[in-house]
Design a binder for this molecule. Sequence first.
Ligand code: SAH
Ligand code: SF4
Length: 387
Amino acid sequence: MSDLLSEAERQRILAKTARFAPPPARLADGRRDLVGLSRAEMAAALAEIGEAPFRAKQIWHWIYHQGATDFARMSTIAKPTQARLAEHFVVGRPAAAVVQTSADETRKFLFRFRDGQEAETVYIPDRQEDRGAVCISSQVGCTLSCRFCHTGTQNLVRNLGAAEIVGQFMAARDSYGEWPSPKGETPRLLSTIVLMGMGEPLYNYDNVAKAMQIVMDHEGIALSRRRITLSTSGVVPMMDRAGSELGVNLAVSLHAVTDALRDEIVPLNRKYPIAELIAACRRYPPASNARRITFEYVMLKGINDSEAEARALVRLIAGIPAKVNLIPFNPWPGSPYETSTPRAIARFADIVMQAGFSSPVRTPRGRDILAACGQLRTESQRPRASA
Ligand code: SAH
Ligand code: SF4
């Protein structure tokens, strides 16, 4: 695809998603949320009330390094200034409407945003290590309708804004008291982000990119791009851009080795077929042996789990620095598939491993509270145009 063509394609995607824009950063009372602004935007917002640029640096540190939500806690700022800041601004968080903790300690949050729309976030503690991953949503619902995915049964309601994307992570940290202690100890538990919740992150690229740039900023949360993984169902024109601008790890929801099957279970394949998707993976800038691309492969009984398909898979990805993550299908109410047998999964994994690719099987986490991959869904609906 030529650069010109792919630019046109990108513009088309952006235009198509514009009507799903998140709500404005101003509250009903006129105050503005500082979360989700870039550094330059924060400095400009503060300049409007006569504050010098150093103030933005100071407040950035309080918000993103210390996790402060109350200006009165910002002890390096004089009391009268704190009060003035509170008149004009807030440091927002999505409201946790429901918090459920699974028997295996996975915790699912249902977050309600300012306009009442809802999305889910999941914290998955690592069983061996003293840390874990926060699985973040990028949209309320999803435009795509992968056949095996619960989110795919919910129409796209709207995109999440940068504030709402970063806000999920910060609110999850709040829930674990995971901000630096006054002694300066850095948080450990919530130290990885996977963009694998509800929605297709590359169909909401601008907000996702802005949120990740905030999260990676060295004077704030300061997560390394190596600790962030973006999962896509294969929006080819946006993959190059995510690679060069964000440099995060890439996970690709492959799930099938022929276009015939992938067209059916991941309908986006009709637009960006397997050959184009694999080509985009081969040129993904940050990929290397140290930073492999993850191919996600949901194991559906009798659908995509044969030994022949395992062999076709390794031929397809030959030469790519990659690993294959086998995800036993997680059922949801009314789902049309069954999970592959443990024996089929083991055989598949073995063939992939023999070919030189690591092939971990993703242990289902939080299934009892519908928090596992592909089980997320909320009741949010698109308001009627007349409303
Ligand atoms: N929209 C993005 C990211 C969210 S889904 C994407 O599709 O990549 C995260 C992963 O869970 C994807 O690989 C997705 O295909 C997979 N998944 C969806 N439904 C699932 C289910 N019911 N069981 C197991 N994995 C599922
Ligand atoms: Fe959307 Fe990903 Fe679910 Fe497909 S698997 S419907 S792209 S969230």
